[in-house]
Design a protein around this ligand. Structure first.
Ligand code: NDP
Length: 241
């Protein structure tokens, strides 16, 4: 029987590349997205993955969507859960509104926490599974003008390490990928000059692609990483070492 994966934020960018890679490698995939129906349908048609419109901050809908995904895939529990949905906000910390802080925390940190919380009980009772959280190198280094974003991404690392200790004895692994600068819609606000300056910081000489991150997520999710838990795998071309 095929393995299964649930991926949040699968309609675009890193999430879409991850849906494509898991589907290519024979997984049955369900993914969640917030509102971009056309992008989601395109990924779904290309991969055969189930697309479910679900805001990860809406707990009731999330619970129902996770249940619906299990039913559709015909499984009690997922082999892999990828908590990738995220947003960014940049600007001076002193100019940041409470609403912006709340939106970032609710989406990037709590959205991942809710997803793990609702997927985990069945993974624990099946005694297997792997959760991969998508953080950021800014969560490791701190990023000026991105204090709120970096804070949520740092918190995900603490969450993963603690959860890995708690659920390891139940056979569930929890790991993190920490991408550097990746060419997705999230980076569209950067000018060419800024992108070129950023590239100068990258030993491997280019910004990343969604596929680069998807490969690291796939590794951590798969049995190839079956003795790896509580770890942070950087995918930054060496930007942060
Ligand atoms: P994109 O903006 O390209 O895609 C974001 C995805 O998340 C979309 O599928 C979007 O759905 C979904 N999403 C956003 N908010 C919600 C929500 N509340 N509920 C459900 N889905 C939601 O981003 P990236 O692919 O660049 O980023 C993916 C992850 O990688 C994020 O967590 C980001 O922080 C992280 N990251 C990105 C880096 C980069 O340089 N790009 C670097 C480091 C980390 P919809 O299409 O419907 O809007």
């Amino acid at each position: 029987m095929s393995k299964t994966a649930l991926i949040t934020g699968g309609s675009r960018g890193i999430g879409a590349a991850t849906v494509r890679l898991f589907a290519d490698r024979g997984y049955q995939v369900a993914f969640l997205y917030k509102e971009q129906d056309q992008a989601a349908m395109k990924v779904s048609e290309e991969t055969g993955a189930l697309a479910l419109r679900c805001d990860v901050t809406d707990r009731d809908t999330l619970k129902e969507s996770i249940k619906a995904a299990r039913t559709y895939l015909g499984v009690k529990s997922f082999d892999v859960v990828v908590c990738n949905a995220g947003i960014s906000e940049s600007g001076l910390f002193t100019h940041m509104t409470d609403e912006e802080w709340h939106r970032l925390s609710e989406t990037n940190l709590n959205g991942a926490m809710y997803t793990a919380k609702y997927a985990l009980p069945e993974m624990i009772s099946e005694g297997r599974g792997s959760i991969v959280l998508v953080s950021s190198m800014w969560g490791e280094t701190g990023g000026s003008f991105e204090v709120g974003y970096s804070t949520t991404k740092a918190a995900l690392i603490g969450f993963a390490k603690s959860l890995a200790k708690e659920v390891g004895p139940s056979g569930v692994r929890v790991n993190v990928v920490a991408p550097g600068v990746i060419d997705t819609d999230m980076c569209r606000e950067y000018s060419d000059d800024i992108i070129n300056q950023l590239i100068e910081e990258v030993p491997l000489g280019r910004i990343g692609r969604g596929e680069d991150v998807a490969k690291a997520i796939f590794f951590l999710g798969s049995d190839e990483a079956d003795y790896v838990t509580g770890q942070v795998l950087g995918v930054s071309g060496g930007f942060y070492i």
